[in-house]
Design a protein around this ligand. Structure first.
Ligand SMILES: Nc1ncnc2c1ncn2[C@@H]1O[C@H](COP(=O)(O)OP(=O)(O)OP(=O)(O)O)[C@@H](O)[C@H]1O
Length: 342
């Protein structure tokens, strides 16, 4: 779908992209990076709207340097910032965008009605967009990216400014763009956590450089842990502590869920859950044997994958820049892509 080769973009004071080589296959791909990491710059280059300083890129097999208009015929684009004229309705605007993409008048009207329905805009679509909520505006921006039935859409921070419910709805819509219509998606976000539920593949950039590119499951599969909960007995009034000692003595790495990143277990009021690092099938056997050896009752033993954000927080992103829910307008990029409070 998208391939870049040593792609660089230098502005007079900032290197926005630094020798980025990445291959993106069909499906839903997340492009994640802190504010100023170079996400929007990459999208503009991929659309053929901004020339690269060095390197090359192809989108759907087309060269961004020479075939920009052919790319834009087959690719939809949802820009990051508010760009909707306030005094026209969603229907008028999306029909206009469909006509700009070359659809004849009847097809443009039909596709507009279908697309606005798909994004969840019904009778509101006849009202001027100036009165829309942020969520409705984001839906119109998504609709205009889809109206000409592209093969690929590039969505720049589509959850910006949305509350948690609005974010979830938008992420669900994005997933359905691929599952219902077979359109591939490249979606940017400064939050890793929200992309892990939506994307098949995640590309992480920082300061214009590639930090990591892999399937969502690869991010977490080697780092799984096992949540284990046991009952207390007369012999072991604190069954959890007894099990923790036994598992540690057996050479396993164990921690109480509340102290680890297992906030969901702590929040459920259970101080009785242990998280055991999984090192193959032997871990399951060792837990079973330890529980049986102590005569405890096993309440649950479930595999729990680390969330991408946790993996990064501990490894590539010790400052937690990619995991904090910082609103983009509250930060200003430094040179090199680091962020700072405004
Ligand atoms: N036209 C421009 N002139 C000069 N510098 C620019 C220009 N466009 C972007 N930059 C700089 O390039 C870097 C990357 O910006 P870019 O907008 O691509 O980041 P981003 O990852 O999309 O972040 P955000 O979501 O905050 O826009 C930043 O340091 C930014 O200030």
């Amino acid at each position: 779908m998208i391939a870049t080769e040593s792609l660089s973009k230098r502005f007079p004071r900032v290197t926005a992209l630094d020798r980025l080589s990445v291959d993106i296959t069909p499906g839903v791909t997340g492009l994640v990076g802190a504010n100023g990491a170079g996400k929007s710059t990459l999208i503009k280059i991929l659309l053929g709207l901004s020339p690269a300083t060095e390197g090359s890129a192809r989108v759907l097999g087309l060269d961004v340097a020479t075939e920009g208009s052919k790319i834009r015929e087959q690719v939809g684009y949802m820009p990051e910032h508010d760009c909707l004229p306030p005094d026209v309705s969603a229907t008028e605007f999306v029909v206009h965008m469909a006509r700009m993409s070359g659809l004849p008048p009847t097809a443009a009207r039909e596709r507009t009605a279908d697309t606005l329905r798909h994004v969840g805009l019904y009778e509101e679509r006849y009202r001027p967009m100036g009165g829309y909520s942020t969520g409705m505006k984001q839906r119109v921006k998504l609709a205009q990216a889809l109206v000409h039935d592209p093969r690929l859409v590039l969505l720049d921070e589509p959850t910006n400014g949305l509350d948690p419910v609005g974010r979830d709805e938008m992420l669900g819509l994005i997933r359905r763009v691929h599952t219902d219509f077979g359109i591939s998606v490249l979606v940017t976000s400064h939050l890793l956590g929200e992309l892990e539920r939506t994307c098949d593949h995640v590309v992480v950039i920082d300061g214009g450089k590639l930090l990591r590119s892999s399937s969502t499951s690869d991010f977490t599969q080697d780092t799984g842990s096992l949540a284990v909960e046991v009952t207390d007995t007369d012999a072991h009034p604190d069954g959890t502590s007894a099990l923790m000692s036994a598992l540690t003595a057996a050479g396993l790495t164990v921690q109480p869920a509340g102290r680890a990143a297992g906030a969901e277990y702590a929040a459920a009021g259970s101080g009785h859950v242990l998280l055991v690092d999984v090192a193959g099938d032997a871990t399951y056997d060792a837990v079973r044997d330890a529980v049986a050896g102590l005569g405890l009752g096993l309440v649950r033993m479930e595999q729990r994958r680390h969330r991408i954000a946790e993996v990064f927080k501990s490894a590539d992103d010790p400052e937690g820049v990619l995991t904090e829910d910082t609103h983009p307008h509250d930060v200003r990029p430094h040179e090199g892509g680091a962020v700072d409070a405004a």
